[in-house]
Design a protein around this ligand. Structure first.
Ligand SMILES: Cc1cc2nc3c(=O)[nH]c(=O)nc-3n(C[C@H](O)[C@H](O)[C@H](O)COP(=O)(O)OP(=O)(O)OC[C@H]3O[C@@H](n4cnc5c(N)ncnc54)[C@H](O)[C@@H]3O)c2cc1C
Length: 385
């Protein structure tokens, strides 16, 4: 069986490796000349995620490990969440993507770099993969084209627009522990997500955010805020990158044209609605797509493994989207931050967030009526939207 994989991002390469293990003939199309470039991702993943991509392989790309976070909230509140053990890390995404795709090539995939797939056409029981250079006839196509979604949007109706994400790497020293990240939540920072400050190795920090508008303005605000708080000093910019971020959940379907086209990873919206991170749920998507033969089975398997957490995260996202800074500040005034921080420290799982969210709902339900009403208000607004 001849298979085309569109996109040599982490999901396309992981999927290719798994399909090769099943003795499939795999051709990978990548529009860029070099996989991983241009960079776009902050690269923060749980240590659990590395296992999906094969731990011994992924460990080589770790730049720093984390066991906690400082979460800066409206009204000057700061939530400190920490574990004894390391739970997450930041990886060098450029090298990670490059090495993963070269590994797939080494194991037998034909890697067509600098080759953009322009269109997919049904040709009896085959699919014609049209590139600017020549056409290829294959039995099945796995679309791992990321959030550019040029081909996916010809097959599926896309309701939501992704956010714009930016990262800048700075030479700076930090005043907070190196095994922590900082997260900034406020509508000034992002209308739909948050900003991050990630210590890398060798005196570098990565500062970034994702929002639906005014990204440059918001970024300078975060730089000023982090500097004023004394979190970082001396800002020498080393590099910057940008990309799209999905927080609106998965597509309703992952399989098209009678199972001949299967969508995986960011293209399928397999991201966490709370953070936009796609390496965990997209990685699971790649594994499950390689293990199932029909599109229906793949969809069922993905929803049964990931659905519960994704649904909880989507509700949480909608609530946060509809809470103003003032609402959040009012709520935070009425709750015990120390108790909240304990709850997150003990219950939070970087990827599987339904448990901590259920605990959070139980916790909030025990709080004074005022804060509960604020949440109910935002829930109703989001359900009506
Ligand atoms: C600012 C930012 C920060 C992020 N931070 C994190 C994070 O900390 N943790 C995390 O888990 N996730 C994070 N993400 C999300 C993460 O980067 C994605 O989930 C991940 O890259 C998805 O992998 P993918 O292979 O599906 O898509 P991509 O990595 O986008 O790869 C798709 C590939 O397909 C190629 N392609 C597209 N169209 C075509 C075509 N027509 N023909 C040929 N090739 C094509 C592209 O060139 C690209 O190489 C972040 C994203 C952004 C933008």
């Amino acid at each position: 069986m001849k298979i085309a994989v569109v996109g040599a991002g982490p999901i396309g390469s992981l999927l290719s490796l798994r399909l090769l293990q099943k003795n499939k003939e795999v051709v990978v199309f990548e529009e860029d000349e070099e996989p991983g470039i241009p960079a776009h991702c902050a690269g923060v993943v749980s240590l659990k995620t590395l296992r999906i991509y094969d731990l011994s392989f992924s460990q080589r790309f770790i730049l720093n490990r984390f066991r906690g976070a400082y979460i800066f909230l409206p009204g000057g509140h700061v939530l400190h969440v920490a574990r004894r053990e390391y739970v997450a890390c930041v990886i060098d995404r450029v090298s990670f993507d490059r090495e993963l795709s070269f590994l797939a090539e080494k194991k037998g995939a034909a890697l067509m770099l600098g080759t953009r797939v322009e269109d997919l056409l049904l040709n009896r029981s085959k699919v014609l993969v049209k590139t600017g250079k020549r056409d290829f006839c294959v039995d099945k196509v796995y679309l791992c084209e990321g959030l550019s979604r040029t081909l996916t949007k010809k097959l599926a109706s896309l309701k939501h627009r992704p956010l714009v994400g930016v990262n800048i790497d700075l030479e700076a020293s930090t005043s907070f522990p190196e095994d922590h990240v900082c997260v900034f939540i406020s509508k000034k920072v992002s209308d739909r997500l948050f900003a991050w400050l990630i210590p890398l190795n060798g005196g570098l920090v990565r500062l970034g955010l994702a929002a639906s508008s005014n990204v440059a303005k918001r970024l300078s605000y975060v730089i000023k805020y982090a500097t004023a708080k004394g979190l970082i000093d001396s800002l020498r910019k080393i590099s910057e990158s940008a990309g799209l971020v999905n927080v609106d959940g998965p597509l309703p379907r992952f399989s098209f044209l009678g199972d001949r086209v299967i969508v995986v990873g960011d293209a399928a919206g397999q991201n966490k609605p709370t953070t936009g991170g796609g390496l965990y749920y997209g990685g699971l998507g790649a594994l499950l797509a390689s293990q199932t033969t029909s599109g229906r089975d793949y969809e069922k398997a993905w929803w049964s493994v990931c659905g519960r957490d994704i649904k909880f995260m989507s509700i949480f996202r909608r609530v946060l989207d509809n809470l103003s800074d003032r609402d959040l500040e009012e709520m935070l005034k009425r709750i015990d931050l120390e108790e909240l921080s304990q709850l997150f420290s003990f219950r939070a799982d970087f990827d599987r967030q339904s448990l901590v969210m259920r605990s959070l709902m139980d916790y909030l339900a025990r709080q004074p009526l005022g804060s509960l009403l604020l949440i109910l208000k935002s829930l109703i607004v989001s359900l009506l939207a």
